[in-house]
Design a protein around this ligand. Structure first.
Ligand code: FAD
Ligand code: NAD
Length: 465
């Protein structure tokens, strides 16, 4: 097989890698991308997109179940629905397939050469790829490492048999009767909630004193309340110890130190993700590390000239939109543009029920920076649109500097608030002050009005509360 020489080689076609390659191709850079699996990486194949498809199907099913039980106030009556999870999964697979082809098409349109196979560094400028038709050598002036992340395995609860990761959970063709979720973070709660809505008896085992420990307690309270309403048992301060000898039972050390046995058909372990830094020849390079992650500077440059790293392999937050933004920036840097990471905020959205959005600093974070802050919070229970959607739980909160009213952070919890993330992050990126948001006409009736009201509240000028 003839060796390939190029200006840019990207390893990994997840959101970081494929966006980097597309932008580089658009800028006229001779670019090759290597992918061992399918284009789109974790996010498109076994992460963001399939999980949101499953969450949507579960929400629809749950909504109809509630309409059918006659207890809804809307006056709608229907008969009990049925769920065919294998068909749901097939529908999800069609969406994933369409997006796989879409990413390949965009790469081709940008004249990026796609090499299918597993890449491994020989040295800082040379990579060998095991392809279906043999070994391909690629020499590149610049290399972008975008190898992503993989699920963390607990030593006492290795994956296999009933113990599954999110990847297997997103491919189940029948709803497990009893599902134990170990880890009450993003994935555990998003998928745990979906399976509970589809009819599984779900128990969440979380090591920390509360679920979603990365968010403040006020923000997660409506989520905890809804978990309870869905019949999900949440054990906090609890540790999974391993499977009982008989199998099908998880032994757990509960918060009070007692030992509990949880019978389970499936045990979904979602205790975080680890960067993929193995099996691609890290030892052939001299890269500075940042704990388990590859250390990068504000230009995504590693400690080796000509080698960049982006996405999950470079650290938290492990989010697709961060990887994409790093990918786009790195391509421009390689093309000679003057760029550096200057984002004010990376939004985070948790697609629980209700959804949670955060951008920038929470009131507690802001106070830690020793600036005086103004905080305004507006509940959805006082928002007309939320009432018409039976979505009164939750609120929007704005945090700003007390002296000049510069907005430092915005948080929301409520049904459908994920779509407000765009407005929130734009406000932060544009350096908005409370008056800018308060003085913007927000369409009525929308849940977005609660954003304007939160800023009015922070200014002491609230109108609707
Ligand atoms: P990845 O998407 O992990 O892609 C890395 C790619 O590199 C893979 O395709 C892999 O096959 C390839 N690769 C690795 N090593 C090699 C090699 N040696 N040779 C060739 N190819 C290689 N994030 C969000 O922002 N929003 C969400 O809603 C969201 N939901 C999620 C739900 C789940 C269940 C999971 C698991 C994750 C979710 N994430 C979400 C996180 C998101 O998927 C990641 O942050 C994102 O995919 C990271 O992109 P990346 O490009 O860094 O790496
Ligand atoms: P996570 O970090 O969100 O949550 C892991 C949870 O497991 C934590 O609450 C932690 O306290 C708990 N935990 C750790 N060890 C434990 C143990 N031994 N027993 C019980 N609990 C334990 O991790 P995740 O849910 O696996 O998700 C991984 C990453 O994927 C996230 O950090 C996020 O970056 C990304 N993701 C994002 C989204 C989104 O943006 N909506 C959705 C899913 C995943």
């Amino acid at each position: 097989m003839k060796d390939i020489s190029c200006k840019l080689l990207v390893i990994g076609a997840g959101p970081g890698g494929y966006v980097c390659a597309i932008r580089a191709g658009q800028l006229g850079i001779d670019t090759v991308i290597v992918e061992a699996g399918k284009p789109g990486g974790t996010c498109l194949n076994v992460g963001c997109i399939p999980s949101k498809a499953l969450i949507h199907a579960a929400e629809e099913y749950d909504r109809i179940v509630h309409l059918a039980n006659g207890r809804n106030p809307l006056g709608i009556r229907t008969t009990k629905p049925e769920l065919d999870l294998s068909q749901t999964i097939a529908w999800k697979d069609v969406i994933v397939g369409r997006l796989n082809s879409g990413v390949s098409g965009l790469l081709k349109k940008a004249k990026v050469k796609i090499v299918q196979g597993h890449a491994r560094f020989r040295d800082g400028k040379t990579v060998e790829v095991e392809t279906e038709t043999g070994r391909q050598i690629i020499r590149a002036e610049n290399v972008v490492i975008a190898t992503g992340s993989a699920p963390v395995e607990l030593p006492n609860l290795p994956f296999g048999g009933p113990v599954i990761s999110s990847t297997e959970a997103l491919a189940l063709t029948s709803v497990p009767e009893r599902l134990v979720v170990v880890g009450g973070g993003y994935i555990g709660l998003e998928l745990g909630t979906a399976f509970a809505k589809m009819g599984a008896k779900v128990t969440v085992v979380e090591a920390q004193p509360r679920i979603l420990p990365q968010y403040d307690a006020e923000l997660t309270r409506p989520v905890a309340k809804r978990l309870q309403a869905l019949g999900i048992e949440v054990m906090t301060g609890a540790k999974a110890m391993g499977l009982a000898k008989a199998g099908g039972t998880l032994l757990v050390e509960a918060g009070d130190g007692s030992e509990k046995s949880l019978a389970a058909d499936k045990i979904l372990v979602t205790v975080g993700r680890r960067p993929v830094t193995q099996e691609w020849g890290l030892d052939e390079l001299v890269l500075d590390m940042d704990g388990p992650f590859i250390r990068i500077d504000e230009r995504c440059q590693t400690s080796m000239r000509g080698i960049y790293a982006i996405g999950d392999v470079t650290g938290e937050p492990m989010l697709a939109h961060r990887a994409m933004a790093q990918g786009e920036m790195t391509a421009e840097i390689i093309a000679g543009h003057k760029r550096a990471w200057d984002k004010r905020s990376i939004p985070a959205v948790c697609f629980t029920d209700p959804e949670v959005v955060t951008v920038g600093l929470s009131p507690e974070d802001a106070r830690r920076t020793e600036v005086d802050v103004k905080v305004g919070q507006f509940p959805f229970s006082a928002n007309g649109r939320a009432m018409t959607k039976l979505a009164e739980d939750g609120f929007i909160r704005a945090v700003a500097r007390a002296d000049n009213h510069l907005v430092l952070g915005i948080q929301a919890v409520g049904q459908g608030v994920s779509e407000l993330a765009a407005a929130f992050v734009l406000a932060l990126e544009m350096g908005a002050r409370l008056e800018d948001i308060a003085g913007t006409i927000h369409a009525h009736p929308t849940q977005g009005e609660a954003f304007q009201e939160a800023t009015l509240k922070a200014l002491g000028q609230e109108l609707h509360i």
